[in-house]
Design a protein around this ligand. Structure first.
Ligand code: IMO
Ligand code: MG
Length: 422
């Protein structure tokens, strides 16, 4: 495997963590290039379950290097907690983790503003993870953000912290919210700065030197295509570019050094938070929640669930240039007698093969379904594609054909081994 970008082809939570962990065997360096600790990537190793938020999913493997790139927004307190959580469970986090000095910091006022803005939106809220992601990227674009590199000098960091705190407290007060006290926050941030200093590096230079030495990079996308700030269901999106291009801008690795794009998608669809979701279906939600599936790894919220939406995945294949597909959670449909797949939308008497670009129009789209017979058998023990029930094979082949990419991986369970390679 040469340099590979892995993206979510739906609304996030596609099972990217598991697939990254699986593919890490064939990579040397795993890179996160966007998002922050709004992500929740679950990896199951034997009886142990790990949920990673900021640290790339390669960290569980010995000898692999993990890079948090310049495009990520880093909550220093959350990162320190995550590092300690891993080391407490026997995972080594040391020279195998690099943190870009250009990555922006998530500050306490970002979290407070995220919460306040959501509150004030009332029923029009986005349903964010309240991790301060939007306000942090907002400050980055407004050129008023603090960066990881600022953590290197405690004195100037303190000065910047005081200044930004004053500015943002004025905003919080104007929203009727409580201002943030300087202490204990400054103290906590300075302690985190000290803890993180050994990891800080110019990751662009590191990645380029590594490529010169023939190292293979795996870019771990967070969120999914339709949460992309530019191309998703705006404004019901996150604040970064979750699509393939984000891997370049968020890491400093140019487009022509990328070799393949892998799209990860569930065999059905889920979404957490508000926004359009044409194939949403209460029956599918009840079924999956009843199986104990589809509760958020970051916020614990029950995910909205529905049928597979090939209109969405087809457009995702286009935007990301998806070469290969990893279809996850096939086992979630093991006991569904008739499975629906959306092949087109109906909107104002017209049949659409691609989603509309405006959320209000997208909300009005009605799915046109094709039905597939279910296989009514457990699939989790299957390791060979040819051993899957014929109806399951037909189903995943149809998903790949409708999406327009090569089927490469089918996941039939959360465990590392519960994977079929084609
Ligand atoms: P992973 O990497 C699913 C959603 C939130 C909300 C919207 C904006 O685990 O797939 P934000 O806090 O980013 O401002 O919230 O985006 N969201 C996710 N949904 N998976 C994620 O990450 C998500 N990260 C953010 O629920 O609708
Ligand atoms: Mg998740």
């Amino acid at each position: 495997m040469a340099n590979t970008i892995l993206v979510g082809a739906q609304w996030g939570d596609e099972g990217k963590g598991k697939i990254i962990d699986y593919l890490t065997d064939e990579a040397d360096i795993v890179v996160r290039s966007q998002g922050g600790n709004n992500a929740g990537h679950t990896i199951v190793h034997g009886s142990k379950k790990f949920v990673l938020h900021l640290i790339p999913s390669g960290i569980l493997r010995r000898g692999k290097i993990c890079v948090i790139g310049n495009g990520v927004v880093v909550d220093p307190l959350a990162l320190v907690t995550e590092i300690r959580g891993l080391t407490g469970r026997g995972i080594k986090v040391g020279r195998n983790l690099l943190l870009s000095d250009c990555a922006h910091l998530v500050m306490p006022w970002h979290r407070a503003l995220d919460e306040q803005r959501e509150l004030r939106k009332g029923k029009n809220k986005i349903g964010t993870t309240k991790r301060g992601i939007g306000p942090a990227y907002g400050d980055k674009a407004a050129r008023t953000g603090l960066r990881v590199g600022d953590l290197l000098d405690a004195e100037s960091f303190t000065e910047k912290f005081r200044l930004r705190l004053r500015e943002n407290n004025a905003v919080l007060r104007s929203l009727g919210a409580k201002p943030i006290p300087l202490q204990p926050f400054l103290r906590h941030y300075l302690a985190a700065a000290k803890a993180l200093r050994p990891f800080i590096a110019n990751t662009v230079v590191y990645l380029h030197e590594a490529m010169t030495r023939g190292r293979r990079l795996l870019f771990e996308g967070a969120q999914g295509t339709y949460l992309d700030l530019d191309l998703g269901t705006y404004p019901f999106v996150t604040s970064s570019n979750t699509t393939a291009g984000g891997a370049c801008t968020g890491s400093g690795v140019p487009p022509h050094r990328m070799d393949t794009v892998i799209g990860v998608m569930k065999a059905y669809t889920t979404r957490v938070g508000e926004g359009p979701f044409p194939t949403e279906d209460d029956g599918v939600s009840d079924l999956l929640h009843g199986m104990g599936r589809e509760f958020g790894a970051t916020t614990g919220r029950a995910r909205r669930c529905g049928w597979f939406d090939a209109v969405a995945t087809r457009y995702a294949a286009m935007i990301n240039g998806i070469d290969d597909l990893a279809i996850t959670n096939l086992d979630g449909l093991d006991h569904v007698p008739v499975i629906k797949v959306c092949t087109a939308y109906r909107l104002d008497g017209k049949l659409l093969r691609h989603p509309p670009t405006e959320a209000a129009a997208w909300k009005r789209c009605r799915p046109v379904y094709t039905e597939f017979p279910g296989w009514m058998k457990p699939t989790s023990a299957t390791r060979k594609f040819s051993r899957l029930p014929a109806a399951a094979r037909r189903y995943v082949r149809a998903l790949a054909d409708l999406t327009g990419a090569r089927l490469s991986i089918v996941s039939v369970g959360a465990g590392h081994d519960e994977t079929i390679r084609l």
